[in-house]
Design a protein around this ligand. Structure first.
Ligand SMILES: [Zn+2]
Length: 212
């Protein structure tokens, strides 16, 4: 079983997750900001990060990458389809946050990753396009944890207001997640965690129209 901790970072209140096995090897998911603060917590916990995983390329999920890569010198895994977003992250951040940030360059991508081994766990990458073309979820089946990024939240689904978003794709992606028959804990990119059985109930009650 893996251990995890949620850290809420940045002005958009993004959930960054640290996920680690008993031997203290760790994965950093979506370091949205405050890279040095995240590094400090990693050190306090005595963790040894091996990779940074990104659920998608939006600036509020990736801004901590630069500092963490400098500090730990580890690869970053993200969908090729979202690289265009990281290239424009500086501009987008300026628009939303009204301040300048450093240019974020993601050198590695996860097209070669299908699963990532951490302790006894093989973490699966589930492609869930819609919110962005390259959105993915990370599924640690044995531990019953699903990191859902901005695809699905405790109270709704990811927004599809961008030109490159697709409501149709998102709908298919959500159905993929709802098909998981284990009662996993869903850990979204913003807001609180929720278990999948409860989420399914909420969906049936509230989101049928939204998704139609
Ligand atoms: Zn997003």
């Amino acid at each position: 079983m893996l251990n995890y901790r949620r850290l809420i970072v940045g002005e958009m209140g993004t959930n960054c997750y640290l996920l680690w096995s008993n031997d203290k090897k760790a994965i950093i998911i979506d370091p949205g900001d405050e890279g040095t603060e995240i590094a400090q917590i990693i050190n306090e916990l005595g963790l040894k990060p091996i990779v940074i995983l990104l659920t998608h390329g939006h600036f509020d999920h990736i801004m901590g990458v630069i500092d963490l890569q400098l500090i730990f010198n580890i690869p970053v895994a993200m969908s090729q389809e979202d690289i265009f977003l990281t290239n424009r992250a500086q501009k987008t951040a300026q628009y939303y946050l009204k301040k300048k940030i450093n240019k974020i360059k993601i050198k590695t991508n996860n097209t070669s990753f299908k699963t990532i081994k951490l302790g006894e766990e093989n973490i699966k990458i589930i492609k869930t396009p819609g919110h962005t073309p390259g959105s993915v979820c990370f599924y640690a089946q044995k531990s019953g944890l699903l990191f859902s990024g901005d695809t699905i939240f405790a109270n709704g689904v990811g927004d599809t207001r961008h030109q490159y978003s697709s409501k149709n794709e998102l709908q298919k992606s959500i159905q993929k997640i709802l098909k998981i028959d284990k009662n996993v804990l869903v850990l979204p990119g913003h807001g609180d965690e929720i278990n999948l059985i409860l989420l399914k109930k909420l969906f049936l009650q509230n989101f049928v129209n939204y998704l139609a």
